[in-house]
Design a protein around this ligand. Structure first.
Ligand SMILES: NC(=O)c1ccc[n+]([C@@H]2O[C@H](COP(=O)([O-])OP(=O)(O)OC[C@H]3O[C@@H](n4cnc5c(N)ncnc54)[C@H](OP(=O)(O)O)[C@@H]3O)[C@@H](O)[C@H]2O)c1
Length: 244
C-alpha cells in the first residue's frame, strides 16, 4: 500500500526567513505544492522578488525584524486578511555569529539570541491562537544539530538552537491534544548565505559537500504532508559527506 500523504493545496503557511536560504527554498516548494505563503524577513526587495516569481495570488509579505513581536503579529494578520486562514508556521529566520566564548561583541551575542530564540517565541505565540480556533495547525522550527551536540567556537549560537529545540518539545507536549503538531528540524551545515563573514567565508570549498537549502525544504514539506495521525517531533539531517 502506498504511503498516505496530506495535500498542501489551498493551505496557508507562514514562513520566516524567506528572503534567503532554507526559508526561501521552502516558500518555493510550498507554492509548487499548491499552498499559499505569508513570508517575512528584513530585506523587502527579496520578498517582493519572491512575490513576483511565485505570483501575488500565492504570496503575501511583511518586512520586519523577527525579534520584534509586532512583525510576527502583522504576518498572521496579513495572512488572515488575504487568504482567510493560516494552517502552518515554518520558523526559519536565524543568524550565526561564530567564535570563542569571549569573541564578538555583547551586542552581536544579544542580537543572535533575540533573532534565533526570541523571534521563534514571538512567531509561535502569534500563530497559536489562530491554530487553536481552527482545531489544529503545524509548527516547524528550524533549529540545528548544533542545538543537540554543541560545538567548539559556537557556544552562544548552539545555546540559541538548544533553546529552540527544548521550546519545540515543550510546546508539542502542551499543544498536541489541541491538534497542533510541532517539529524541531535539525540540519547540519547547509550551503546558504548563513554566517558568511561571521564564521564562514563565501566560496569555502567544504560548503560544496553539505546539504542544500532545497534538501532541507524537502524535509519540511515531507513533515507537513504527513497525515494528521502522524507527528514528526524531531528530524536531524546530515549530508552524506559530513561527519556527525
Ligand atoms: N546554513 C546552515 O548551515 C544551517 C545549519 C543548521 C541550521 N540552520 C538554521 O537554518 C535557519 C535558516 O538559515 P539559512 O541557512 O537559510 O540562512 P540564510 O540563508 O542566511 O537565511 C537566513 C534568513 O533569516 C532572516 N533573518 C535573519 N535575521 C533576521 C531578523 N533579525 N529578522 C528577520 N529575519 C531575519 C534573513 O532575512 P533578512 O536578512 O532579509 O532579514 C534570511 O531570510 C537558521 O535558523 C539557522 O540557524 C542553518
Amino acid at each position: 500500500m502506498p504511503a498516505e500523504t496530506r495535500s498542501l493545496a489551498g493551505t496557508v503557511v507562514a514562513v520566516t526567513g524567506a528572503s534567503a536560504g532554507i526559508g526561501r527554498a521552502t516558500a518555493r516548494l510550498l507554492v509548487e505544492a499548491g499552498a499559499k505563503v505569508a513570508i517575512t524577513a528584513r530585506r523587502e526587495e527579496r520578498l517582493t522578488d519572491l512575490e513576483a516569481e511565485l505570483g501575488s495570488d500565492s504570496v503575501v509579505w511583511v518586512a520586519g525584524d523577527i525579534a520584534d513581536a509586532a512583525t510576527n503579529a502583522r504576518l498572521v494578520a496579513v495572512a488572515l486578511e488575504k487568504f482567510g486562514r493560516l494552517d502552518s508556521l515554518v520558523a526559519s529566520a536565524g543568524i550565526g555569529v561564530y567564535g570563542g566564548i569571549v569573541d564578538g561583541t555583547d551586542q552581536e551575542m544579544q542580537t543572535m539570541i533575540d533573532t534565533n530564540f526570541t523571534g521563534t517565541v514571538w512567531g509561535v505565540r502569534s500563530v497559536v491562537p489562530t491554530f487553536l480556533k481552527a482545531g489544529g495547525g503545524d509548527i516547524v522550527i528550524v533549529t540545528s544539530v548544533a542545538g543537540i551536540n554543541g560545538g567548539a567556537d559556537e557556544a552562544v549560537y548552539a545555546g540559541t538552537k538548544a533553546a529552540q529545540l527544548v521550546f519545540a518539545g515543550a510546546i508539542d507536549r502542551e499543544l498536541r491534544e489541541s491538534g497542533i503538531r510541532v517539529t524541531a528540524l535539525c540540519p547540519a551545515a547547509v550551503s546558504t548565505e548563513f554566517a558568511i563573514g561571521t564564521g564562514r567565508t563565501a566560496g569555502d570549498a567544504w560548503l560544496e559537500d553539505v546539504l542544500t537549502p532545497e534538501d532541507v525544504a524537502g524535509s519540511i514539506l515531507f513533515t507537513l504532508q504527513q497525515p494528521r495521525r502522524v507527528r514528526t517531533t524531531q528530524v536531524t539531517m546530515w549530508s552524506a559527506a559530513q561527519g556527525s
